[in-house]
Design a protein around this ligand. Structure first.
Ligand code: SF4
Length: 459
């Protein structure tokens, strides 16, 4: 088997973590991360299909690789993840220089598929259900960071939001056993990881497939938060309809659980929420938000919003603006509606909102969100915050960046003796912008705990 690989990731944190598992699989075969695409023998694309432009980006990228594939006959290209699950062998039709197509349910088979394609030529293997002999959740990850880690607690989704393709490509909800999750977190803590992010499509319904006893997610938060050495626990994403008082109590009473919540609203119009099949009204959403803010002081809240869902009127959109203003979000991911094949929303063609109307609404929403984010950040000026140092700032390498417990990115000048990634440090906030804070260094709280550097994966 060739010896150097690159895994390129498109999409969400779930995909980022799947890519760490793919890298772990390839490393277990004796392969090493390459320095870049030109240096690689194997290129693996872990794809996303949540929006149409993710499809277009991937096919564009594959098209550009044709020239490299012609130049390097030994290069092996594999495409997996959500888009591969959706399009299967069509990928080989559109990009015949691809060697292997695999889906979301058979990551563990990738080394075997690479070996087979070297002998048999291009092949596709996409399964309808998780491979029972090699569940992807049990794979060892080659993690990107030595001090922070994603931990998948659940895959798939049992909801049927009208715009969402995830249930059809990721399948129904499957929860990992809590003992297994806790054991993984203990193992990470033993290696010096101080922050974990629990991942699932709908973490609040975690465990429903394991037991009728609920709420298992609240229990899991408490158990993970109690693991010695873990200073910070985050999770994403909870569904607003399943956010329970027990979870709010666990967030409030578990010191390691960070004051951060991503609570996707999608729309502030009850009519649109009903068409989206979200299972809550704007009033119920705001009620839960008020309850969790009351339970968890200093909570930072972020959200997802879709503009131009089929049938969205000006009144519906203004209802969204009102809820967004009332919710006072710290940040929001705003998306233009993108019809995904096979979803209910994609069939509502007559109700599609004209693109120019969507574009104008999108800009209006962005300015409300930016104002909200800026004013939330301005309230932090003058405060002392503990940040987990991530390393040099991407925009200005003379500065360091770190995240507060609220998940806010802070940039600050390093101390004279610098501060290693993975340190916990106290800073004081001196300025605010919609997407970051500016801060001054105060003191080191704790040096990094990881003893050995876990290999950083090249993207
Ligand atoms: S909860 Fe809705 S939006 Fe989230 S993954 Fe499930 S179907 Fe998609």
């Amino acid at each position: 088997m060739p010896s150097r690989f690159v895994v390129r990731t498109f999409g969400c944190q779930m995909n980022e973590h799947d890519s760490e598992r793919l890298a772990g699989l390839l490393a277990a075969e004796g392969m090493e991360p390459a320095d870049g695409v030109d240096d690689a023998d194997v290129l693996v694309f872990n794809t996303c299909c949540i929006r149409e432009n993710a499809d277009n980006r991937l096919y564009g990228e594959l098209g550009r690789l044709k020239e490299l594939a012609d130049r390097k006959p030994g290069l092996t290209i594999a495409v997996g993840g959500c888009l591969a699950q959706k399009d299967g062998a069509r990928i080989l039709e559109r990009a015949p220089h691809v060697d292997v197509v695999f889906g979301t349910h058979n990551l563990a088979r990738v080394p075997e598929l690479l070996r087979r394609s070297a002998v048999e030529g291009p092949l596709t293997e996409v399964l309808d259900q998780p491979d029972p002999d090699a569940p992807p959740l049990h794979l060892t990850a080659l993690r990107d960071l030595p001090y922070a880690a994603w931990v998948t607690i659940q895959t798939g989704c049992d909801n049927s939001c009208a715009f969402c393709i995830v249930p059809s490509v990721r399948g129904p909800e499957v929860s990992r056993h809590p003992e297994e999750v806790v054991a993984e977190v203990e193992g990470l803590a033993a290696r010096g990881v101080v922050e974990v992010t629990l991942l699932g499509q709908n973490v609040n319904s975690y465990g429903r497939d394991l037991t009728q006893r609920s709420p298992l997610f609240a229990e899991l938060l408490r158990r993970v938060g109690a693991v010695e050495g873990i200073d910070r626990v985050r999770f994403t994403s909870p569904h607003p309809k399943d956010l329970r008082p027990e979870t709010m109590a666990a967030m409030a009473e578990t010191p390691a659980v960070c004051e951060q919540l991503h609570l996707p609203l999608q729309s502030g119009s009850d009519q649109v929420l009903r068409l989206m099949r979200r299972g809550y009204t704007a009033e119920r959403y705001l009620g839960r938000l008020a309850a969790v803010r009351a339970a968890v002081p200093d909570l930072a809240v972020t959200t997802d919003l879709i503009v131009g869902f089929p049938g969205e009127t000006e009144d519906d959109f203004e209802a969204t603006l009102e809820v967004v203003a009332e919710a006072a979000y710290d940040s929001a991911y705003t998306f233009v509606f993108s019809p995904r094949p096979g979803t209910r929303a994609a069939a509502m063609v007559e109700a599609f909102v004209p693109p120019e109307v969507v574009g104008e609404r999108f800009q209006r929403l962005r300015s409300v969100v930016e104002r909200s984010a800026l004013s939330r950040h301005e309230t932090r000026v003058g405060r002392h915050e503990t940040v987990l140092v991530e390393g040099p700032s991407r925009k200005d390498p003379t500065m360091l960046s770190g995240r507060t417990r609220q998940g806010k990115l802070a940039h600050f000048a390093p101390p004279d003796d610098n501060a290693a990634a993975g340190s916990l440090a106290e800073v004081v906030v001196i300025g605010a912008a919609p997407h970051h804070l500016r801060a001054d260094w105060v003191t080191l709280v704790a040096p990094p705990r990881h003893r050995r550097r876990i290999p950083v994966q090249v993207r």
